[in-house]
Design a binder for this molecule. Structure first.
Ligand SMILES: [Mg+2]
Length: 382
């Protein structure tokens, strides 16, 4: 079997799908995307295809190694997202060719379902508590919200109080037994992160995510280690080598690699295994589409430390299309009791509706982050 073609599709709301076909007619799908940089990742996939055409798709480890190491320069969001989507499609091909799900090829599964959480907003707090109640009524047992609006290096106690009131309203709305994750979203700088982490202690949070950006963890280790709130981060780290110092710091309790940003199933699984050695939990990042989620679930199936899974159904970014739109059989992601079952079909376990992908790719997207500003006119992290 040889790789014959790689085709990318830019599809709404903000995704990029990759279709790899072999000379045997086996088709695998991947989702190589960095949100807001879809065209750049598509170009990187196209560049990597020079080597891939004509290669045996079964030699995933070797292809990964060549794609990672052979360009001399390596790493970062664009390269590792391109590699991620290609890797996902290769696992899909291999599983389909052998008639088994990818997790079977990786030693089988340690669970047949995993807890999921739903995003409830929080950028603009007024509706957050109501959204929390609604998703709990739909069966979710965990939610995630943004912790603050724009926040300056040194901001006011009024802003801190607003943030606390927002979290308190959500806790009030859902009761004591629902998990609440609070995402600082890289919006909070060290001086205020210190304050907020302490003030949020009474709310019995499931975790605080990106309390500071990953690149600032080294200067913040003491605070993070001492916080009684579990600390999560990792969506902006792209490889084993990026995670190495974060894990060794002892500052992080939950890592959140994104299998569409950090080298696919192959690399994310290795990162998860590294984390297990530090007694750190895995909560794969996935505000993306169905192929990314399917990949996550193949990893969750076999990683003992996988603890909860992000998913994007109804997330506020999905305005034009949602998670299930591109699937032949959307029931593969049926949620029950706050959990999702690991799909057991061959490859990544889903069937992509190719006709619909082609139709929506004709429209495409130019999704970009909003650009926020502080009251003094300076740029504010979103
Ligand atoms: Mg986040």
């Amino acid at each position: 079997m040889k790789i014959k073609s790689l085709t990318t599709y830019t599809v709404p709301p903000r995704w990029l799908f990759l279709r790899i076909e072999t000379d045997d007619g086996v088709v695998g799908w991947g989702e190589p995307v960095l949100e807001g940089r879809a065209a750049s990742v598509a170009a990187a996939v196209e560049e990597l295809s020079d080597y891939l055409i004509g290669q045996d798709p079964n030699q995933i480890e070797d292809l990964w190694t060549v794609m990672y190491r052979s360009g001399f320069y390596r790493g970062g969001g664009i390269h590792m997202s391109a590699l991620a989507g290609i890797d996902q499609a290769l696992w899909d091909i291999k599983g389909k060719a052998l008639g088994v799900p990818a997790y079977e090829l990786l030693g089988g599964r340690v669970r047949d379902r995993i807890k999921i959480y739903s995003w409830i907003g929080g950028d603009r707090p007024s509706e957050t508590a109501k959204a929390a109640r609604e998703v709990v009524d739909r069966g979710f047992t965990a939610v995630k919200m943004n912790g603050t609006e724009e926040l300056q290096y040194l901001d006011s106690w009024e802003k801190v109080d607003q943030s606390l009131a927002n979290v308190a309203a959500v806790r009030d709305a859902v009761g004591p037994n629902i998990g609440i994750g609070v995402d600082f979203h890289g919006r909070v700088h060290k001086p205020m992160a210190k304050v907020l982490l302490r003030e949020l202690e009474p709310f019995r949070l499931m975790f605080v995510e990106e309390p500071v950006l990953s690149e600032h963890v080294d200067g913040f280790v003491d605070v993070l280690r001492q916080s009684p709130i579990p600390i999560a981060l990792g969506e902006r780290l792209y490889s084993r080598w990026d995670f190495k110092s974060v894990l060794a710091s002892g500052a992080v309790d939950i890592i959140q690699p994104d299998p569409s940003h950090c080298g696919g199933l192959t690399e994310s699984r290795k990162i998860a295994n590294m984390a297990e050695a530090y007694d750190v939990a895995l909560a794969l990042h996935c505000p993306l589409g169905p192929i990314a989620l399917a990949t996550c679930l193949q990893i969750d199936a076999g990683c003992y430390n996988a603890t909860i899974q992000e998913q994007s159904l109804g997330i506020h970014y999905n305005t034009s299309n949602d998670l299930l739109d591109y699937l032949v059989d959307p029931s593969v992601f049926t949620y029950a009791d706050g959990q999702v079952r690991i799909p057991t079909g061959p490859g990544l376990g889903i069937e992509v509706n190719e006709e619909y992908v082609v139709e929506r790719a004709a429209e495409g997207h130019r999704w970009r982050n909003p650009v926020w500003r502080h009251q003094d006119g300076s740029f504010a992290e979103w």
